[in-house]
Design a protein around this ligand. Structure first.
Ligand SMILES: Nc1ncnc2c1ncn2[C@@H]1O[C@H](COP(=O)(O)OP(=O)(O)OP(=O)(O)O)[C@@H](O)[C@H]1O
Ligand SMILES: [Mg+2]
Length: 1010
């Protein structure tokens, strides 16, 4: 007999696939999560396989979330994830929900509107960049899943990705990259043939494959023995009786299980296979009396449906997603009994299945192909009519809440293609577009808005729609998506309209936006001319707009390398704001921040600092965390450039606090970059490397490429100093590639592409340092001077001073090119003096000292200058560089016979270099000591495991400031026992025996903070 009685066939085959899924589950249980995509043609058994996996997971005590995408939902942001996880989220108690979201509920509200309806407070994200908010959303959602899965592993099944919305795919891409250390298994399916119709899916899959974050499991057809087994088990038949038929069936269906099932159902329906006395017969047929494609078999089955069932099925096919009982009864026009009878028929024939939900009963097709064939069979005219009926029925069903269902209503109204309903279509499309924008689902928003605009263009008689508003909203959305050309085209239309209406306010605003679009696509000169025509159009009575335009113009000028003009422009914007009483705190904050950065590159530092403080004050007044963050970040950068260690610490700390408040994953990366420089400078190389490596991997996974070159260079330098030359070279090359190294050295890029000087200069620094260390000073000079040319032409004086000149100077000395060395040193002294730049002054002293020694043979002068350089560097504190200078100083001392003094300097240098693990320098120092008859201290004790770790340095500092183990433990949130373990390691590494000695060591080696 047909065992499963209209139900599912027993599962056959698929043991290799199930084994893979089980294995993935095992790994995830141990905390290494993974993603698997099951792909294959329609009806091949994807759903069946993942359902079997979900059953196993449930048996193992997992949490399981299953979501499906529908063709009509492709436009609804996060529909797929919401479908999958909402049932789990609903079950959570409010208290555990708030623990799991940790204050990120407002972001999660975009995925689960349900959460916002619970009244979780909306946090102010005003002023933040949309891409930042988007990153925050993705990050918080992923964190939420991770926490949800800590106690009980989580399987997320996402079905039919070919229809998934762009936001869900973006989220999936993000999660797939982050779950490597979580108890999460992401299992998705899609129909391979339809993959191409969803470009976002294609790029998502390719990218995850490239990153090695997903396993793609392709499902192939059942093999002949599996078809045979299926028959046996379904019909309880004897193998010999069905052998012939089984071969026939296999040839007919090529082993596609859905086709097999449909064929068998049809054969039973038509009586070709029949049962007498509990035995099935008809197996000896010579051909299969059915159409030869799966679609035609389905068609035939549809044609056999009773009238009411057929029309209800049609309706469900046009609704397109799960259909609620209410909707069906409202649109079908059938009596309640009629509906129930029709539904019973469709359920019995397994066209539909019930999907139970606590609130209402829904019906869904058992298989997407059924829906597709029904829809295609209806014909255009009937489809449109049904969409219109459904649209109106749903609208009246939803009543006051209709706007919350704008997505669904827009779809049906738009597909109705009816002139009389076009106005409604536009209204709902616009509403759906705005709702998507609020969720930062820009792709979906653009699709809705473009569809609305298309309707409007097609039908000029639609009178009650805000045409200009829709046009401009779409332009802004394209801009957010980075589709600048398309945005500019829309803006041009908007501009023509504004011109025709003589609306100067709108004109100025549109020019401002066009300027931004040009700016972001790297066309700075175009941006400038837009800002200028905006300024020409702006009403003099509207100073706020003028200030905004001038500020934007200043920023564009800066990027064109016209720093002085940029400063003048922003300064004049600020004085206009003051004169006309503009009280727009956020605008003022941005203007001051621009000046903070501008003066940071060129000096004077005091002026930069003053603007920074005002930027902070206005940001606080405006209540915009994002602006406040960026002002503190700028101040930290300034502190680094002006070599003010305590301020670096203060501002990095403050920006991290703000980033934490905003739940931002991106912003901490930016302050981490400054911290790496700082730690590297003060000689906490372990700490610097730890932060750098962590930040590099996060920056990669969050796609923050801007930051990478600098991180590679700062950490590459440390590797270089520690003698890991290969690794250093690898990092310098990476930095060089990312900044577009081949093109640097000339300014040709300007105008077409922003020239990112703050990344280009470090890239040059990295390679120049490398060649210097490898003993090729000529190459170091060449690369260094190429970087210098760029920095100089764009006005980035401080960057030259801080990074390039010292290396070029040293390289020139080593190449015995004294004139060149003297020239750079003089330049360094002049700029550093003007800016009061301590590092620059110290380097200039060191350079001049060496010139006095090597070129002039003037040891007295050399010793004086080198001493001064070393002690300046120590007071900054820049102990690693100080140690290098002390080595040279020792040489000069010994040459004039002051052996004792020289030995003392060498010992000081040795201590610091050993602690840092600066391998080459240390070896050189030890050789020098032996040459000079000084016995080097035991290397094993002082060098230890390449000096102190970042944590150890922190502890040592606290000991030096007389803190007890208990106090230290409290500050670092570790037990005092752990503190004492660290301490004994520190004692061994530094060969000190008491806290007092340790404190002395810390002070003598410039390890003290600030
Ligand atoms: N290994 C199998 N053994 C028995 N029956 C199977 C097997 N695989 C699939 N089937 C049956 O075949 C039918 C089609 O399978 P399923 O719905 O899983 O296909 P699918 O690949 O998800 O198709 P689509 O791409 O259209 O969603 C189902 O009724 C299912 O029960
Ligand atoms: Mg399926």
């Amino acid at each position: 007999m047909l065992k499963s009685d209209g139900g599912e066939a027993p599962l056959v085959g698929r043991s290799a696939e199930l084994a893979l899924l089980s294995k993935t589950m095992d790994e995830a249980t141990k905390g290494s999560g993974r993603s698997v995509f099951v792909v294959g043609e329609g009806g091949i058994g994807k759903t069946r396989l993942v359902t079997a996996a979900a059953d196993r997971a449930l048996k193992r005590g997992w949490q399981v979330a299953i979501g499906r995408a529908y063709p009509v939902e492709t436009g609804v942001p996060y529909a797929l994830f919401s479908d999958a996880l909402l049932p789990l989220v609903r079950k959570l108690e409010p208290a555990s929900l708030s623990v799991l979201t940790r204050g990120g509920a407002s972001e999660l509200g975009h995925v689960f509107p349900y959460l916002t309806s619970l009244g979780t407070p909306e946090r102010a994200s005003a002023g933040a960049d949309p891409s930042e908010i988007k990153a925050r959303l993705l990050w918080n959602f992923t964190q939420f899943l991770g926490r949800l899965a800590t106690k009980q592993p989580l399987l997320i099944v996402l079905e039919n990705l070919q229809w998934a919305d762009a936001s869900s795919l973006e989220l999936l891409h993000f999660i797939a990259r982050q779950i490597g250390e979580q108890k999460i298994f992401l299992l998705a399916t899609f129909n391979e043939a339809e993959r191409e119709s969803n470009p976002v899916l294609r790029t998502t899959e390719q990218s995850l494959l490239r990153l090695g974050c997903v396993t793609v499991q392709k499902l192939t057809a059942l093999a002949p023995p599996e078809v045979e087994e299926l028959l046996q088990r379904m019909f309880d038949a004897n193998r010999d009786t069905t052998r012939h038929f089984s071969a026939l069936l296999y040839d007919w269906t090529r082993g596609n299980p859905f086709f097999i099932e449909e064929t068998l159902k049809s054969l039973v329906d038509s009586g070709a296979l029949s049962r007498t006395n509990g035995h099935w017969s008809g197996w000896e047929m010579q051909t299969i009396p059915l159409p030869s494609t799966i679609r035609d078999v389905i068609k035939a089955r549809i044609d056999r449906l009773p009238t009411d069932a057929r029309s209800l099925a049609n309706l469900a096919a046009v609704i397109g997603t799960r259909a609620a009982h209410d909707t069906l009864s409202k649109v079908s026009g059938l009596s309640e009994e009629g509906i129930i009878a029709a539904l019973d028929e469709l359920l019995a024939q397994r066209f539909l299945q019930e999907t139970g939900d606590a609130d209402a009963i829904h019906y869904d097709f058992t298989h997407p192909l059924l829906q597709q064939v029904l829809y295609a069979e209806l014909g255009q005219a009937r489809v449109r009519l049904l969409h219109a009926m459904i649209a109106e029925a749903l609208e009246s069903l939803y009543g006051n809440a209709a706007s919350l269902h704008a997505d669904e209503l827009a779809l049906h109204y738009a597909r109705a293609h009816s002139q009389s309903l076009a106005g409604k279509a536009v209204g709902y499309l616009y509403a759906a577009g705005r709702a998507a924008l609020q969720k930062y689902a820009n792709r979906e928003a653009a699709n809705y808005l473009a569809a609305a605009l298309e309707q409007l263009d097609r039908d000029p008689t639609i009178s009650d729609a805000p045409r200009d508003e829709i046009l401009q909203t779409l332009a802004r959305t394209r801009q957010r998506l980075g589709e600048y050309d398309a945005a500019l085209q829309l803006w041009r239309r908007a501009r023509d309209n504004a011109e025709a209406q003589g609306d100067r306010t709108a004109l100025a605003d549109i020019d401002y936006r066009m300027g931004l679009a040009s700016y972001w696509s790297g066309k700075f000169s175009d941006a400038l001319s837009h800002y200028e025509s905006g300024l020409a159009a702006a009403e003099p009575a509207d100073p706020t707009t003028i200030v905004r335009l001038r500020l934007a113009k200043g920023i564009a000028l800066q990027d064109l390398g016209r720093l002085k003009e940029a400063q003048a422009e922003v300064e004049s914007a600020l004085s206009l704001a003051a004169a006309s009483g503009v009280e727009n705190a956020s605008l003022l904050s941005r203007a001051h921040r621009a000046l903070l950065l501008l003066y940071s590159w060129t000096g004077p530092f005091d002026l930069a600092r003053k603007h920074g403080e005002q930027a902070v004050a206005y940001a606080e007044e405006a209540g915009q965390h994002m602006l406040e963050w960026s002002a503190h970040w700028g101040l930290a950068l300034l502190a680094g450039l002006s070599v003010d260690a305590p301020s670096v610490v203060t501002h990095v700390k403050r920006s991290d606090e703000l980033a934490e408040q905003m739940h931002s994953p991106l912003l901490p990366l930016w302050s981490a970059e400054i911290q790496v420089q700082y730690l590297s400078g003060i000689g906490d190389w372990d700490g610097a490397l730890a932060v750098a490596e962590r930040t590099i991997s996060q920056a990669k996974s969050l796609n923050q490429r801007m930051l990478l070159p600098r991180l590679y260079v700062w950490s590459g330098l440390i590797y270089l100093w520690r003698g890991a030359e290969e690794k250093a070279k690898e990092y310098f090359d990476l930095a060089w590639q990312i900044t577009g190294g081949e093109k640097t050295g000339s300014l040709e890029g300007v105008g077409a592409r922003p020239l990112d000087v703050p990344s280009i200069v470090p890239s040059h620094l990295g390679l120049a340092s490398y060649h210097l260390a490898k003993g090729d000073p000529a190459e170091a000079v060449r690369i260094g001077e190429a970087g210098l040319a760029i920095a100089d032409r764009t006005g980035y004086i401080v960057w030259s001073l801080q990074w390039l000149l010292p290396v070029i100077g040293e390289a020139a000395l080593l190449a015995r090119d004294f004139d060149r060395a003297a020239m750079h040193s003089a330049r360094m002294r002049r700029d550093a003096g003007r800016l009061n730049h301590r590092l620059g002054l110290a380097y200039a002293d060191a350079c001049d000292g060496l010139i006095a020694w090597f070129r002039d043979g003037n040891h007295g002068r050399a010793i004086e200058l080198l001493r001064s350089a070393a002690s300046q560097l120590e007071s900054i504190p820049f102990p690693p560089q100080a140690a290098r200078v002390r080595r040279k100083l020792a040489g000069a001392l010994v040459e004039i016979g002051q052996r004792e003094e020289g030995a003392k300097e060498l010992r000081k240098a040795h201590d610091v270099l050993a602690r840092l693990g600066a391998v080459d320098e240390l070896t050189g120092t030890r050789e020098e000591m032996r040459d000079r008859g000084v016995r080097p201290p035991p290397k094993t004790i002082t060098t230890g495991a390449a000096g102190l770790t970042g944590r150890e340095v922190e502890i040592a500092r606290m000991v030096a400031s007389r803190k007890s183990n208990k106090e230290i433990g409290g500050a670092l949130q570790i037990s005092s026992r752990t503190v004492s373990t660290h301490l004994s390691n520190i004692f061994v590494k530094l060969s000190v025996t008491s806290r007092g000695e340790l404190a002395d060591f810390v002070r003598q080696n410039g390890l003290l903070e600030g």
